[in-house]
Write a protein that binds this ligand. Structure first.
Ligand code: NAD
Length: 286
């Protein structure tokens, strides 16, 4: 039997509806409209599309949005100065630095991110938020893994006591995903490029999260029949063709639930960013 296809559009709309309710209530209580500032350095075309989408969604929701576009040759200290200015700006409640940074700034990525005020860190990448997530404290949670959890929960897929396997150990997806699943009482395994006998591990997964960045990496023989497959990967295989990390056509015949790419968890990332921005504003204002 073919898997249920989890539509990102439906679940993202649910999250945005909830965010809108929270936003209206916050404005009623405080009289303040939350503000998000996105900094983009350079002219990476994919990043420009992501930033435009974030800006547009903010405007649709009724969140103030500003985009700070800095030239490709911006130095580390100029970028940190721009971040510090936003830290001081009371109309800005969320700050997001669009990644990846240009090559010359990449060695300083952590150092630059550490300058974002943790309470405005709507991407959840500051070590204060990373640490809080790992010890199960309330914090700003990275948007993509948070979207995956929201989707699993909304779809009624049980997490408690289930085996969850994540392929990928990045700070942006894999590691926070593991902490979130652990907090929901899953038994979590993280696999990565040095993992041996990967297939033996992925076949134990009731929930399999693929965050590798390689097209058709997860094949049907790697999954347990009836598993829930969450495909985080975004791979451009032709100028207008995006695919995930999962061999969708074959895997959907064996899984119980599967997310498509495009149209899957990627759509929830912006919706969770809206929620995080409203929550950051609520914590700063109330
Ligand atoms: P990354 O390159 O930082 O991490 C990739 C991970 O895959 C690494 O931990 C690596 O160890 C692992 N890996 C590589 N080869 C492997 C192998 N042969 N076996 C097992 N593991 C292997 O990437 P990332 O930033 O975590 O992103 C992963 C994917 O998710 C990318 O396609 C990215 O575009 C996508 N992504 C999507 C969203 C979204 O909004 N949907 C957000 C962030 C990232």
């Amino acid at each position: 039997m073919s898997a249920v296809i989890l539509s990102g559009k439906t679940y993202a709309q649910e999250l945005k509806n909830q965010a809108k309710i929270n936003l209206t209530e916050l404005i009623r209580q405080t009289g303040v409209t939350p503000g998000l500032a996105v900094i983009i350095v350079g002219a990476d075309p994919a990043s420009q599309v992501y930033v435009r989408n974030k800006h547009r969604t903010c405007r649709e929701m009724g969140i103030n949005s500003q985009v700070i576009s800095l030239p490709e040759n911006t130095g580390k200290s100029a970028l940190i100065t721009a971040i510090k200015k936003l830290n001081e700006d009371v109309s800005v409640h969320g700050i997001l630095l669009q990644l990846p940074l240009p090559k010359t700034l990449q060695p300083y990525e952590s150092e630059i991110l550490y300058n974002i005020n943790p309470s405005k860190d709507v991407d959840g990448f500051h070590p204060v938020n990373v640490g809080k997530l790992s010890i199960g404290e309330k914090c700003m949670v990275p948007c993509t893994p948070l979207g995956c959890i929201k989707m699993l929960e909304s779809a009624g897929i049980p997490i408690d006591g289930k085996n969850a396997v994540i392929i990928g150990r990045s700070n942006i997806v894999g590691k926070p995903m593991a902490n979130l699943l652990l907090a929901k009482n899953a038994t979590v395994t993280i696999c990565h490029s040095h993992t041996q006998n990967l297939k033996d591990i992925t076949r134990t997964a009731d929930i399999l999260i693929a965050a590798v960045g390689r097209p058709a990496f997860v094949t049907a023989d790697m999954i347990k029949p009836g598993a829930a497959i969450i495909d985080v990967g975004i791979n451009r295989i032709a100028p207008k063709k995006l695919v995930g990390d999962v061999d969708f056509t074959a895997v959907k015949e064996k899984a119980a639930f599967i997310t498509p790419v495009p149209g899957g968890v990627g759509l929830l990332t912006i919706a969770t960013l809206m929620q995080n921005t409203i929550e950051a504003a609520r914590q700063q204002l109330l």
